[in-house]
Design a protein around this ligand. Structure first.
Ligand code: ADP
Ligand code: MG
Ligand code: MG
Length: 885
């Protein structure tokens, strides 16, 4: 059947795939085809589709046509290369490479030089006249085949290799001669026999089949599953297999292999950046076996190949309009490209490249806005070393992934994960990392390795995760036996604090103060482009002029939530607050409130001034009053010491009375207790004072020429009558203050929607409310019936067991809580079409929740100051995503 095409050829004019076929061919296969289409030299080969992977994993066998199509493709490959698979005169050797839709570094393994056996290796040697090369290829193939396909511990081959080098007194693999390599090949076959109980399969077709099976099976190995989980990659994508004719970087000193980025992946600087090794193959460069050379020196070594590489990388960047991560091999001076993909980069590099490429005319602003993720913005605002701090650098490695981190030293990934679970901050210190370490790297604050370059596993993965990483810190010696590492005569034990700076490569003993940077330069530019695109407002949650200023500097367009209770906790206020709460009658309470009035007024003046005409939503007192009182135990202690010291009777009496009051106010369930508008209804004088403070503050600033529109917000409304009665009262106060001050201006009275009943009756509530703000923290709490303060006991288990996809207090539960928000918006607008609706609470700065908010029609989100830039970008991306769908 024609539509059952499972194999796609690439590498010449008959290339069948292209870049847009990533779902079917995987990223590697699609881009190999695309390079071939661009006329770039790619060793020919073919791609077996991801569909085959899924069918094979499901059924355990291949559809019949697949085998035929593979056989035909091999024949075609033989024709194109003029070599023959399994031939003893001129053998075709191939690589078998995995390649999923998105790159999964190190997750899947590659087998090189497949097709070699005891006979073809002789053919290869004769054909090339290079005995050493032939047996170098053979021993590599046996290792990779043993490791990847036969699942024999890599270490077994590695230690045989080390022993051989030791016996011969050489250090580098390249110093082994043909006869040593020949002996190694024999030893390796022996290892395979011993470990598997069968002989190494000499038959090339058998080797090919086994390698293909292994790639498909590796889709479901533990490392791959963990990586997918951490990166939200669906298991149902599957991987493709690329079978490609070999080119040889190990043919001598005019051959080599390397990896490069078209721009600096750490800083985003526009310079070619990479590493290579002469007389090497495949993963030698990234495996840290020999220390690779910087790409710039290739210019002197092999100028012609370098010039070609330069032309190709420009071509690739222009074509893909993004920074590329490329892999190449030079065979006796001739350059071949083996891979290109969008390069992983740090947050700083993502930002710089996005802005630079707009300036270079490669991409438009809209595209640039999609090139940086909100999470990356978060990272950019993450800590660096405090420039004021004094410290001594203990050792220096490569600046592999920027940012600074502080934590306790651990030496294994498992330990890192355990410690992180116990809320400890750790720095993972390893000789080098491998894919098994991914969980531990994710759990650590930062990573330090002893070996490896800028493209080592640790560096690549850390940059992807946005973790600070210092790689190749060679002066560090790890002693696993004593759980310590040393740098010359300094010993650092497991559990000791260190600080690393991945921007400079420094390792520092102890804890250094970290600072968080602000929005400037390119970030400012990118966010201004985001602002041009986004339709939803971004406000901030702020209770102090300082926070409000920080948020404005981050681009906040007003305050969406000012929690007035935070003002009550101030040292100068709490005595009056307690006096107010403990008052026996209204008169005494009013007297205490009178003391608070001028302070509240000053608070609001401060906020209004910073916001300078932007809307400010002020929420009236929300928490239960007992939160402001001293705890019973505290009072009991005081009483005991007063009695012991023979304190005055009146003081003892006073404390006793307070204690009685405290005891009487204890609530079994304070979250659902006497709080929010329930306070306003039972103690109207509190809200009256607050509204007076708001209106007086506004009057004062108005007189000075400032334009203020206060938004007064009533919390925890569940029934419209609560709002109606409170509002009536407050409007009366507001009007009378304005009359007193002879000042008139608009103000709004609105409500939080944070209880399911409020969302469900939002049409009625909107008859009174002039705006809504969804308090998604309480709404999540009351919708799930999860107490926020107690959820820590079970939520982690829920998430671990996939009962919930994520913490609903961090990521809005769109299906449940989100549905209530949707209902609330629809019902609210049904009775007051122009009602202004926002969201405050943690979710207002969480990217997926912001995007959801846009799609259901919010006017604005409000979030903590540091999340304002994240929300600005997420809101813009929401618009683009909607347009693209
Ligand atoms: P990964 O996904 O881990 O990067 P690859 O499939 O890209 O694995 O293979 C790793 C390396 O193996 C490549 O960068 C390249 O150096 C080498 N390699 C793969 N196929 C060939 C080939 N046909 N000829 C020469 N080298 C190859
Ligand atoms: Mg690999
Ligand atoms: Mg690769």
């Amino acid at each position: 059947m024609a539509d059952n095409k499972f194999v796609y050829f690439f590498g010449n004019e008959e290339t069948e795939g292209k870049n847009s076929m990533k779902d079917l061919l995987g990223g590697k296969g699609a881009n190999l085809a695309e390079m071939a289409n661009l006329g770039i030299p790619v060793p020919p080969g073919f791609t077996i589709t991801t569909e085959v992977c899924l069918l094979y994993l499901e059924k355990g066998v291949y559809p019949e046509e697949v085998i035929d199509q593979i056989n035909n493709a091999v024949i075609k490959l033989e024709k194109v290369t003029g070599k023959k698979f399994g031939d003893t005169e001129n053998p075709l050797l191939i690589s078998v490479r995995s390649g999923a839709r998105v790159s999964m570094p190190g997750m899947m393994d590659t087998v090189l030089n497949l097709g070699l056996n005891d006979d073809t290796v002789i053919g290869l040697s004769k054909k090339t006249g290079n005995d050493r090369f032939a047996y170098d290829s053979y021993r590599r193939f046996l290792t990779m085949f043993g490791d990847v396909v036969l699942d024999i511990e890599h270490e077994k081959f590695e230690s045989a290799l080390s022993a051989k080098k030791k016996t011969l007194g050489v250090i580098q693999d390249t110093e082994l001669d043909a006869s040593a390599l020949k002996e190694l090949a024999e030893q390796f076959k022996e290892i395979i026999r011993k470990e598997t109980g069968t002989d190494f399969p000499q038959e090339p077709r058998k080797q090919l089949q086994m390698a293909i099976d292994a790639v498909f099976n590796s889709w479901n190995n533990q490392r791959a599953i963990t990586y997918r989980r951490l990166n939200n990659i669906p298991g149902k994508w599957g991987t493709a297999v690329n079978v490609q004719s070999m080119v040889y970087g190990n043919m001598g000193e005019t051959s080599g292999t390397g990896v490069a980025f078209t721009r600096d992946p750490a800083t985003g600087d526009k310079r070619f950046f990479g590493e290579y090794l002469m007389n090497a193959q495949g993963e030698d460069v990234v495996a840290g076996i020999r220390t690779p050379e910087p790409i710039s020196t290739l210019k002197d070594n092999l100028p012609e190949a370098y010039a070609r590489l330069e032309a190709i990388y420009h071509k690739l960047e222009d074509h893909f309009r993004d920074m590329q991560d490329i892999e190449f091999t030079i065979e006796e001076g001739k350059l071949f490209m083996l891979q290109t993909r969008t390069g992983k980069r740090t947050a700083a590099a993502a930002l710089k490249i996005a802005v630079d490429m707009v300036n270079e005319g490669l991409i438009d602003k809209r595209t640039a806005v999609t090139r940086v993720s909100p999470e990356q913005i978060d990272r950019l605002l993450h800590p660096t070393l405090d420039s004021q701090a004094e410290f001594e650098v203990l050792a220096t490695g490569l600046p592999a992934s920027p940012g600074a981190a502080v934590g306790k030293v651990v030496f294994t990934a498992e330990h890192a994960e355990e410690m992180a679970k116990a809320n400890e901050k750790v720095i993972l210190v390893r000789t080098e990392t491998s894919p098994e370490d991914i969980g531990g790297m994710d759990a650590a604050q930062g990573i330090l390795t002893v070996r490896g370059g800028m493209t080592s596993h640790a560096a690549v993965v850390a940059r992807g995760m946005g973790k600070p990483c210092v790689a190749g810190c060679g002066s560090v010696t790890i002693d696993m036996a004593s759980c310590a590492f040393s740098v010359s005569d300094v010993t650092i034990n497991e559990g000791d604090y260190v600080t690393i700076d991945g921007s400079t490569g420094s390792l520092i003993l102890g804890e250094v103060e970290l600072v968080t940077p602000g929005v400037s330069g390119e970030l400012d530019t990118l966010l201004s482009w985001a602002d041009e695109i986004r339709e939803m407002g971004v406000r901030t949650n702020a209770d102090t002029p300082h926070d409000a200023q920080v948020a404005r500097d981050f681009g906040a367009e007003g305050i969406g939530l000012c929690r007035t209770e935070h003002m009550f906790f101030g040292e100068d206020r709490i005595p009056a607050v307690r006096e107010m709460i403990l008052a026996e009658d209204t008169e005494v309470r009013k007297a205490a409130l009178d003391k608070l009035l001028p302070m509240q007024k000053e608070d609001f003046i401060g906020l209004f001034k910073v916001m300078d005409g932007l809307p400010v939503t002020i929420r009236l007192l929300d928490p239960p009053l007992h939160e402001f009182l001293p705890k019973h135990e505290e009072l009991a202690d005081k009483l005991r010491s007063l009695e012991a010291e023979k304190g005055s009777d009146s003081e003892i009496e006073r404390i006793k009375k307070i204690m009685e009051r405290v005891d009487s106010m204890v609530e079994v369930n304070p979250m659902l207790g006497h709080r929010g508008c329930r306070l306003g209804i039972t103690y109207p004088e509190i809200y009256e004072m607050q509204v007076r403070a708001i209106i007086e503050a506004a009057c004062e600033l108005k007189a000075g020429g400032m334009d203020i529109v206060p938004e007064i917000m009533i919390p925890l409304v569940s029934h419209v009558n609560e709002l109606r009665s409170t509002k009536e009262d407050l409007v009366e106060v507001a009007e009378s203050v304005m009359a007193e001050k002879n000042c008139k201006f608009d103000y709004l009275v609105g409500t939080m929607i944070e209880l399911p009943r409020a969302a469900l009756t939002a049409d009625k509530i909107a008859e009174e409310a002039e705006f809504f703000s969804f308090g998604t923290n309480d709404l999540t709490q009351t919708t799930f019936g999860f107490s926020r303060d107690d959820a820590g006991k079970f939520l982690p288990v829920y998430i671990e067991n996939s009962i919930l996809p994520s913490d609903p207090f961090a990521v809005l539960d769109q299906e449940g809580v989100g549905e209530l928000v949707k209902i609330g918006i629809e019902k609210g607008r049904s009775t007051r079409p122009d009602i202004k609706i926002g969201i405050c609470g943690e979710h207002g700065g969480e990217p997926s929740s912001v995007k959801f908010g846009y799609n259901i029609g919010l006017n604005y989100v409000s979030c903590s100051p540091f999340r304002v830039p994240i929300a600005r970008l997420a809101a813009a991306q929401a618009v683009i995503e909607k347009q693209d769908n």
